[in-house]
Design a protein around this ligand. Structure first.
Ligand code: AMP
Ligand code: ZN
Length: 493
């Protein structure tokens, strides 16, 4: 019997604001789509937080033995500045500033995205499609929406007719906005006058002569609107109706609202059963964002090279920090928060690394079965990682009590304790054990780790001349070692 039959999940559905029993369309199979990054700059830690929330969900669904098809796209065209229907394409703008091809921008930041996610130990999605790889599919959807009477053509562009759609459907169903209230931003932006109503949104835009990212279509040489790609790719790989659609809270409106409208206008069906939105990472009381300069890059966390932090942190520590908040809560990024998470992470690892040397008894004084189910209950309750982590700390406490003789455990229970704590810590939360974790992902980091370990050995042997020599010569080479309570880390300059 697959695990999902004995563990039933509840998911908070943004569509109705309720926690609902999760029932996939096809029993045993899950289709999940998550909006991916716009690859015009390095991902910041806020972006990582959203993708991490869905990495955990993916890991847990897989653990429950669902067959999951997880689609996370790459936005490599169509996302304009300010999320609006006017202005420059973000990727084309970067290409212009750096005097390189747009696809060079896409390549550079896609590689960066993958490197960062790898360092954080993410599982790759099942499919990672790109917007530019699905222009034909997007054009087909526009044709259908026009045929169904929900879009109109003006001067080579095509717009979605929100008022027409709202006569028979419900625009605002997800974001709970009223169409009448949406007549905001009536500023006469370039080309805005093409729209019948300001709340209409672009499905296809005719390219201005200077716009280099362009494709032929029945209406003009141009490019698709930003919202359309996700409708095209989710429908293609998951079907007209699928189980879970995710993204950051800031995508709920207009992006996801428009996705629903496009899909309904094409197929006359609600595309998604469970809409999930991850909350924001904030810093200095404001949303972490590239555009305002209020952000921290993952590599700065691994090197310690940022004024907001006092030292370098392991990727697993940053991961642990983010998972100590529930995905629907706002999380405030602070150095103190990271320091506390670092302590907690090493406390858990120390306990896990003690497990192989525990003595067993003929009776158990701890109820491992009950504790194990509490770990599942936490994840079954809308993927509550902070409650899970509190339970894992209870597991760590058992281990320490068994070690110091204040608790007993049978051989059988110890096996269950071991398998449960390692499964939840490593497979589901995706943490790496501290002894396997290397700062950064490059060869330099591995080499420095070797020297740190040699220095540790020298100190154990009371060869302080050698240990100081290692530290001083590394410093001369621009690598500073920092001895902390939880071991030695390094920064480079
Ligand atoms: P973008 O590349 O701007 O499309 O963003 C990629 C993902 O990161 C989207 O799902 C956003 O919702 C998410 N995101 C952006 N800023 C933050 C933040 N400060 N905290 C959490 N998620 C964010
Ligand atoms: Zn999307």
């Amino acid at each position: 019997m697959p695990l999902y039959e004995s563990q039933s999940i509840k998911i908070y559905n943004s569509l109705n604001g309720e926690k609902q029993d999760f029932e996939p369309i096809i029993p045993g199979y899950v289709g999940m789509y998550v909006c991916g990054p716009t690859v015009y700059s390095n991902v910041h830690l806020g972006n990582v937080r959203t993708f991490m929330s869905f990495d955990i969900i993916y890991r847990y669904l897989k653990h429950l033995e669902y067959k999951v098809r997880y689609v996370r796209n790459i936005t490599d065209a169509g996302h304009l500045e300010n999320d609006a229907d006017e202005g420059e394409d973000r990727i084309a703008k970067k290409a212009r500033l750096e005097a390189i091809e747009p696809m060079e921008v896409v390549q550079r930041y896609t590689v960066d995205f993958h490197n960062i996610l790898n360092t954080f130990n993410f599982l790759p999605p099942s499919i990672e499609p790109t917007a530019t790889g699905h222009i034909i599919e997007q054009i087909e959807i526009i044709k259908n929406i026009i045929d169904n009477g929900f879009a109109y053509k003006v001067n080579g562009s095509v717009y979605f007719d929100v008022l027409k759609y709202n006569e028979s459907k419900s625009y605002g169903i997800l974001s709970k906005r009223k169409v009448e209230d949406l007549i905001h931003n009536t500023r006469a932006l370039d080309g805005q006058s093409d729209k019948k109503n300001p709340q209409d949104f672009a499905l296809w835009k005719k390219a201005e002569p200077q716009h280099i990212m362009r494709w032929p279509s029945p209406w003009s040489d141009g490019f698709p609107g930003w919202h359309l790609e996700c409708t095209a790719m989710s429908t293609k790989y998951l079907g007209e109706q699928f189980d879970i659609h995710g993204g950051g809270m800031d995508l709920k409106f207009p992006h996801h609202e428009c996705e629903i409208a496009q899909a309904e206008a094409t197929n006359d069906k609600a595309p998604v059963n469970y809409w999930m939105h991850a909350n924001m990472l904030i810093m200095n009381g404001k949303k972490m964002a590239k555009s305002t300069g209020n952000y921290i890059l993952p590599n700065e966390i691994f090197s310690g090279d940022n004024p907001h932090i006092t030292k370098a942190y392991l990727p697993s520590v940053a991961r642990f920090f983010m998972l100590q908040a529930h995905y629907r809560s706002i999380l405030d990024f602070t150095n103190n928060g990271l320091l506390a998470s670092e302590k907690g992470y090493f406390r858990l690892m120390d306990a896990i690394n003690l497990m192989d040397n525990l003595k067993t008894s003929s009776t158990s004084s701890v109820d491992i079965q009950n504790w194990r189910q509490k770990c599942y209950d936490a994840m079954n309750d809308d993927f509550n990682t902070p409650v899970l982590i509190a339970n894992l700390f209870d597991g760590a406490k058992f281990i320490n009590q068994i070690k110091d003789g204040s608790a007993t455990i049978t051989h059988e229970d110890l096996d269950l304790l071991k398998s449960t704590i390692t499964t939840f810590t490593f497979d589901i939360l995706g943490l790496k054990n501290s002894d396997k974790e290397v700062v950064g992902s490059d060869k330099l980091s591995s080499a420095v780790e070797i020297l740190i370990n040699l220095r540790k050995e020298a100190r154990v042997n009371k060869d302080f001349a050698l240990s100081d020599k290692i530290r001083d010569e590394l410093a001369e080479a621009g690598i500073q070692l920092q001895d902390g309570k939880d071991g030695t880390t390094f920064t480079t300059n």
